[in-house]
Ligand binder design. Sequence first.
Ligand SMILES: [Zn+2]
Ligand SMILES: [Zn+2]
Length: 134
Amino acid sequence: MIKGSCLCGKVKFEISGEPFSLSYCHCSRCRKAAGVFSAVLIGKADDLLITAGQGEIAKFKPETDSKFERCFCKECGTSLGDMASGEVYVVAASALDDDPKIRPSVHIHTTSKPDWYDIIDDLVKFDGDYVAPA
Ligand SMILES: [Zn+2]
Ligand SMILES: [Zn+2]
């Protein structure tokens, strides 16, 4: 069980099962929502359970037809990821309280990273999405 929460503690969640991957996402949305990039834990949607503060989670879709939905705490603004918009959860690893045991394996959406930020490790880079296990 991997536990997570927001900064103010109103939103709490638990992840069961094995996550598929831990990725560094460089997409333009993560850049604006979470910092220069975000570390995202990806797994099966059914394995994510919101245990507290479901009503405190605000959702933002950049475009109405987008499958991406940014979830964040209404109270403290903590980025929670894209918690339930498809068959996988995409949880912001920054909100985790436990060690997910898995380590980052890939950089995704690297073509969207800003020019002023250089990736200096040797992890595999993908132009777009990567969801499958490493
Ligand atoms: Zn909060
Ligand atoms: Zn992203």
